[in-house]
Design a protein around this ligand. Structure first.
Ligand code: SF4
Length: 688
């Protein structure tokens, strides 16, 4: 071992932060991470990385890592052996299953874990505990986008690749700030915009970096994206600019869609969205004139009560103009976490098996019943919001949460934490003692990406291999190994020796992946899933849409106005990412270089509002929603306007955490919390 520690080693890995999917070599010596070295062979990023991918790795060696299993004894955690931890879980969860049935248990998976590990979590739920109660964190972010795309094209994924975004004549960014959230992808757009005449339009509440660069920046009223998208679609049809031939050949329900659009006149849209008629016409004209339109969207669209409807409206607009099923155009929900696409692909959702195969389809279910040797319910299970409701009602007795800091990232955090405290038995598989882990009865120390083999799937459905660079720290283990050992304890000997075997099993049950294995993915190679025949499919729908008649469908879901708040909650609160941090900050908070750049979260206040209320940069304010209150310092800026406030979502303490404010309203189709659709009031506490 001493010999080995002195040797430097180079290992190909895939970034653990955002959904762009950059790959690079990591140079290590013992546990020391010497440098990140990008390579021209990396299919997404070539020689680029961003600050997170390059410098965000200190967390791997943080002294706060969990290095042994912990078991709760009263109010404290005591270190335990793996055997003790597995025995306790098997005993308690086994007893709950015997007494109340498997549906009294819920599983939450992680979009930081590998595809193989996500596959095993759904297998653990469905085979070992015989329940469909399994979900993942895309419920918090991207489920509405997947839903909108499934309704229209049939597949819940980006319709083409990052290359196609770069190649489009027009890019429209809706409710997303890729320079902050998806930096290397943003670089591709910046380059195309600057060097290749690509037109760039940004639609957002906050003027972020890409909005600064855009040819047109549009600031609609909060929660009205559906309205302007529909008005632009109607105007395009009124001008005869829609792609008649494409629609006739490839899309159903045109007449019904026209009826739905009838309301969305320019006058109505101007009134509802605050966007002028001229600007709406400019938007429509830009799409009409462009050779290929790519629409990218993010949480600003999805985290609303009509998030799935708005996502479908984006897809409708693209279908109307023939911008799906071709290169250099398409629909691009930008996935947040590195493996948020993969987690859903692997079936960690209550209604689907891997590859979006429905649990309600008898043939598909029988295939999995035969493979797993158990009966599987035809009823979809609980999503994570419904699991907490089950805890509240006393019907859900135990949860197994893997790599998801639910207590922190869920909307209405106070309520979530109450529920986690109430649950009879909670297992948390994690790399840090997160807020969620503090509620656990047993904590199992997992391993971050550098300490294991596996695959991740990026925002463009591209599957890539990561190779193990380090041994797991202390007693920690690769998460697939933990799951395999625990299943064995529960009487199911899966026998996996390597993640390649897990991938092979998944692929044998999942048509989209039937043409892929670890040989296909070797080294820097990659594979886009997306065809029922299992072939590599960078661009979806080139041979027809994913419905039996191969035709797409205009979605016919209509606008839902925002929920109304009492008048005293007079300010619209937006929230999102900063470049240097990631999500709730669990990983990046532990990287010294990154903390140094960004010490404290703040609330952005517009210059107009600041003047009206006597707020200055540095003023301490208290924000209150009907659900909770937080204290922050103000930053006066012209990035936000009027009565809109903006708070970054990365907070190191409960005192500033945005989700103390967010409420219980959810997207009507997918239950994604409406994080981006809230109202607050602001009190001044002290002026600096
Ligand atoms: Fe990692 Fe995303 Fe940055 Fe690429 S852009 S290095 S995937 S965080």
């Amino acid at each position: 071992a001493a010999m080995r520690e002195t040797r430097t080693k180079k290992t190909k890995t895939v970034c653990t932060f955002c959904g762009v999917g950059c790959a690079f070599d990591v140079w290590t010596k013992g546990r020391e991470i010497l440098k990140i070295e990008p390579s021209e062979e990396a299919p997404v990023n070539s020689i680029s990385t961003c600050i997170k991918g390059k410098f965000g790795w200190d967390f791997v060696n943080s002294d706060q890592r969990l290095t042994s299993p912990l078991i709760r004894k009263g109010d404290v955690f005591v270190e335990a052996t793996w055997d003790e931890a597995y025995d306790l879980i098997a005993e308690k969860m086994g007893a709950i299953k015997r007494t109340y049935g498997g549906d009294a248990i819920g599983f939450i998976s992680s979009s930081k874990m590998t595809n193989e590990e996500n596959y095993l979590i759904q297998k653990m739920a469905r085979q070992v505990f015989e329940t469909n109660n399994v979900d993942n964190c895309s419920r918090y972010c991207q489920s509405p986008a997947s839903d909108g795309l499934q309704q229209t094209g049939g597949i819940g994924g980006d319709t083409a690749t990052i290359e196609d975004i770069a190649g489009a004549g027009l890019v429209i960014l809706v409710g997303c700030a890729p320079a902050e959230g998806h930096p290397v992808l943003a670089t591709r757009i910046k380059r195309a915009h600057k060097l290749h005449g690509q037109k760039l339009i940004s639609v957002d509440l906050r003027r972020h970096e890409m909005a600064d660069r855009a040819d047109l920046f549009i600031r609609p009223k909060q929660g009205t994206d559906f309205v302007w998208l529909s008005a632009v679609a109607k105007y395009i049809v009124d001008q005869g600019w829609h792609d008649q031939a494409f629609i006739e050949q490839h899309v159903n329900f045109f007449d019904e869609y026209m009826k739905l659009l009838a309301t969305y006149t320019l006058d109505y849209a101007q009134e509802m969205t605050g966007i002028s008629k001229d600007t709406l016409i400019e938007l429509a004209t830009s799409i009409h004139e462009a050779d290929g339109t790519a629409i990218c969207w993010g949480m600003g669209v999805t985290q609303n009560i009509a998030g799935s409807h708005t996502s479908a409206a984006i897809a409708n607009l693209l279908l109307l103009t023939g911008n799906m099923g071709r290169r250099n155009a398409g629909a691009f929900p930008l996935r947040g976490h590195n493996n948020v696409q993969g987690a859903a692909d692997m079936g960690t959702m209550p209604n689907i098996f891997p590859g979006y195969q429905s649990v309600t389809d008898d043939d598909i279910r029988h295939k999995f019943e035969e493979a797993y040797g158990v009966d599987i319910s035809a009823q979809p299970g609980l999503d994570n919001i419904s699991m907490l409701l089950g805890v509240q009602r006393g019907t859900l007795k135990a949860m197994y949460i893997a790599g998801e800091d639910m207590a922190w990232v869920d909307s209405n955090a106070n309520h979530t934490q109450e529920m986690l405290a109430k649950i009879d038995f909670l297992v948390v598989q994690e790399i840090f003692l997160t807020t969620t882990a503090q509620f656990a009865d047993v904590i199992l120390p997992g391993a971050p990406s550098l300490e294991k083999d596996g695959t991740f799937t990026n925002t463009e459905r591209r599957v890539q291999r990561l190779y193990q660079a380090l041994e797991p720290l202390g007693e920690a283990k690769a998460d697939w190994m933990i799951l395999t050992e625990l299943a064995k304890r529960m009487g199911h000997d899966w026998g996996y020796q390597h993640p390649s075997e897990i991938f092979a099993e998944m692929a044998s049950l999942t048509p989209f992946f039937s043409g892929c294995d670890y040989d296909v993915l070797a080294g820097w190679n990659s594979f886009h899933w997306g065809s029922p025949d299992g072939s590599n499919t960078p661009v979806l729908y080139l041979n027809g849409f994913h419905f039996p008649d191969k035709k797409a469908r205009f979605a016919l879901t209509d606008y839902i106005p925002s929920e109304t708040y009492p008048a005293e909650f007079d300010l619209a609160l937006d929230n999102g990412r900063l470049l240097e941090q990631f999500h709730e900050g669990n990983l990046t908070n532990k990287s010294a270089g990154i903390q140094h750049k960004l010490p404290e979260v703040f609330v952005e206040v517009s210059t107009e509002l600041a003047e009206e209320r006597g707020v200055k940069t540095g003023t301490l304010v208290r924000l209150e929603s009907p659900y909770g209150a937080i204290k922050l310092r103000a930053l006066v800026t012209d990035r936000v306007k009027g009565t809109t406030l903006y708070v970054p979502m990365h907070s190191a303490s409960h005192e500033h955490a945005i989700n103390v404010l967010t409420g219980n309203s959810v997207d009507v189709r997918t239950h994604t919390p409406a994080y981006k659709q809230m109202k607050v009031r602001m009190h001044i506490l002290e002026v600096e």
